[in-house]
Design a protein. Structure first.
Ligand code: VGL
Length: 210
């Protein structure tokens, strides 16, 4: 059976980029490769989702409330904005997560659309069964999103040319990738994703018009 793929861009927000509150080393370097993926998916009318950390000020995720992270991505603050270099086309669906005081919000599959629809439910409703995932950070939100998506029965491809890790411990990103692959994710870079999408498009009957 043919799979219908969508792009998921995880948490490319200013607080996770150099100069932000919880900078991922070279986090901004995912922007350009992600824009290529955005263009590719958009050209093929494949859906594009962008998740964001969207925390309340008093999240238990933050050090001040007993968590492990500096305060970051607080709802409505500039640090929570998507990186301005991302070229999201019209129709990009934003998935917000970590919105309650007690929710770490690592996984986009725990997130909701602006109407409150759970992301997994939306994917099923749209008959999407593969997620191609890039963004920040490899060792936290990318990893948890990928593992959760696999648990929910979706196929997942990790876009290894469009991810970066926090690396609290050196090697965390590599270990995270190993864990994702062991759980059943695939990995790919731009040329192979482009070929796969092309094949998918050719195998699917043309959309009915009129
Ligand atoms: C993230 C650490 C803390 C992430 C979020 O987006 O990967 N990392 N909160």
């Amino acid at each position: 059976m043919q799979r219908r793929a969508a792009l998921l861009i995880v948490d490319v927000q200013l607080d996770f980029c150099p100069g932000g509150a919880l900078p991922v080393p070279d986090g901004d370097l995912v922007v350009q490769p992600l824009n290529r993926y955005v263009e590719l998916f958009n050209q093929r009318s494949a859906p594009i989702f962008a998740s964001r950390d969207w925390h309340p000020e008093r999240s238990k995720h933050f050090r001040e409330q007993g968590g492990i992270w500096p305060t970051h991505c607080v709802q409505g603050t500039p640090g929570a904005d998507f990186h301005p270099g991302l070229k999201f086309p019209e129709g990009t669906i934003v998935i917000s997560k970590g919105m309650s005081n007690w929710d770490n919000g690592y996984s986009a599959l725990q997130g909701v659309t602006e109407n409150g629809t759970p992301f997994g439910m939306l994917l099923r409703r749209m008959e999407l069964d593969r997620l191609c995932v890039g963004g920040l950070a490899t060792d936290y939100c990318v990893k948890e999103s990928v593992l959760d998506a696999l648990k929910e029965g979706f196929a997942v491809t990790v876009l290894t040319d469009a991810i970066r890790g926090v690396e609290v411990q050196p090697g965390d990103s590599e270990r995270a990738l190993t864990e994702m692959l062991a759980a059943g994710a695939g990995q790919a870079t731009f040329p192979s994703v482009r070929s796969a999408l092309q094949a998918e498009g050719e195998a699917r009957p043309p959309a009915r018009t009129g």
